[in-house]
Design a protein around this ligand. Structure first.
Ligand code: FDA
Length: 404
């Protein structure tokens, strides 16, 4: 088949899902991917168990220059719709926490399901197929006629509709490319500058010298950056900071921004410290701190951070209230200034991408280029950690598959 109704570039989550719904409508669908297997990111996702959706997938849990854009697609194909498909295929699943649904067995169950559905819908998938160029048969965009031509290592393919589903830039060693962004630019669609998201922070050498040997220590906290606040664990690493709450705020962080960490988010520390001063006046500060925080971390604070606030290790009775207030203030708002992030090498997603202003929120079709669609992570819609990004891939894939 060299001519199809719908040609989808990218056999990942969004591309396969769009193919299924377009195929079910009787459209002749061809999916091309340069990888040697479909759905490779699905296979490594969620630690191999694929966090395939989140029951709380509301638009406010997505970042986008237009926070309303995702509403339409997410409403028309919900986490429950995807779950119904998973259940129809008899795939065992469980809710881990916070609405996050995972496979009991393996992420391969999801890929097997998508490929079975695609085959059932009559979809053709060609793997190991490098796409070299995209054009309008009669020129490079600009006119309003339908139809696209795609030059590949397997020859030339033409189609009435072309779907960009090649994802974002994260994990280049798995074959991630900026292909969708390049084609979008070729057709005059604007981009929101892409940057790595859901990614660990790195520290500058001075800061790292104070924390590097604490690598592996997990802290409980609430992390805030640019108005976004996440209450989950964080982790000291040999490069800086990671853990779920750090990955979450990293999507909101811009170079130079401070990140505030409340190390006692559930307790008014000043009240607690005053209480201890009354009730256990002989308790040493280091003992009290080790009850609130991991011991080695508490010791490091006491030797490296707290003296600058005038707080030194003494029995509680000898600590004036102003020192208790300084200590409580520090622990409620430990401020770190990341030097950067680990970048696309380890980022779970790309924030930014094809500007939603150029797309229909109902169909994901480019407003100015009839027949051209963009879905999934290639688009400027980025979910929180926890199954939200796959739900966007399913919902945007469905919206496109029902229209293309
Ligand atoms: P996706 O990246 O899945 O697919 C793009 C496809 O296009 C790939 O098959 C690629 O080979 C192909 N392609 C790229 N360039 C091409 C070119 N030039 N020519 C031809 N083909 C090309 N999300 C979540 O909700 N739950 C989770 O558990 C996880 N876990 C997770 C772990 C890790 C390690 C990562 C890196 C990411 C996650 N994610 C996640 C994020 C999730 O994987 C991601 O958001 C979706 O896979 C995006 O789906 P897409 O289909 O848009 O892109």
């Amino acid at each position: 088949m060299t001519h199809s109704d719908v040609l989808i570039i990218g056999a990942g989550a969004a591309g396969l899902y769009a193919a299924i719904f377009a195929g079910r409508r009787g459209r002749r669908v061809l999916v091309l991917d340069h990888a040697d297997a479909a759905g490779k990111k699905i296979l490594i996702s969620g630690g191999g168990r694929c966090n395939f959706t989140n029951l709380e997938a509301e638009p406010r849990r997505y970042l986008s220059a237009n926070p309303h854009f995702a509403i339409s697609a997410l409403k028309r194909h919900t986490p429950h719709d995807f779950l119904a498909l998973v259940e129809r295929h008899g795939i065992p699943w469980h809710e881990k926490k916070l609405g996050q649904l995972f496979c009991d067995r393996s992420a391969a169950d999801i890929v097997t399901m998508l490929l079975a559905e695609a085959a059932d819908a009559g979809v053709t998938i060609r793997l190991g197929c490098r796409v070299e160029a995209v054009s309008r048969p009669d020129g490079n965009g600009g006119d309003s006629s339908r139809g696209f031509a795609v030059e590949t290592g397997h020859g030339r393919f033409t189609a009435d509709s072309l779907v960009l589903a090649t994802g974002g830039l994260s994990i280049p060693k798995m074959g991630a490319t900026d292909f969708a962004h390049r084609v979008a630019r070729q057709f005059g669609l604007p981009l929101v500058a892409p940057r790595p998201g859901l990614v660990p922070f790195t520290f500058a050498p001075d800061d790292l010298a104070r924390t590097q040997d604490l690598s592996g220590i997990a802290l409980d906290g609430a992390v805030t950056c640019n108005g976004a606040r996440f209450r989950e664990a964080l982790l000291l690493t040999h490069r800086g900071l990671s853990g779920p709450s750090i990955l979450q705020v990293s999507s909101y962080w811009r170079e130079g921004d401070p990140v505030l960490i409340d190390l006692s988010p559930d307790r008014d520390l000043l009240a607690h410290l005053k209480e201890l001063k009354r009730g256990r006046p002989r308790a040493e500060l280091k003992t009290v701190l080790a009850e609130l925080l991991p011991r080695r971390f508490a010791e490091r604070l006491l030797e490296a951070e707290l003296p600058a606030l005038g707080v030194t290790g003494r029995p509680m009775a000898q600590m004036p209230d102003r020192e208790l207030a300084a200590l409580a203030g520090f622990l409620h708002a430990w401020t770190v200034r990341p030097a950067g992030t680990e970048g696309y090498r380890t980022a779970e997603v790309t924030v930014g991408g094809i500007d939603t202003a150029a797309l229909s929120s109902r169909t994901l079709e480019a407003k100015a280029v009839p027949g051209l669609y963009a879905i999934g992570e290639a688009v400027d819609v980025t979910g929180w950690l926890g199954g939200y990004n796959f739900q966007w891939a399913w919902s945007s894939g469905h919206a496109c598959g029902m229209a293309a």
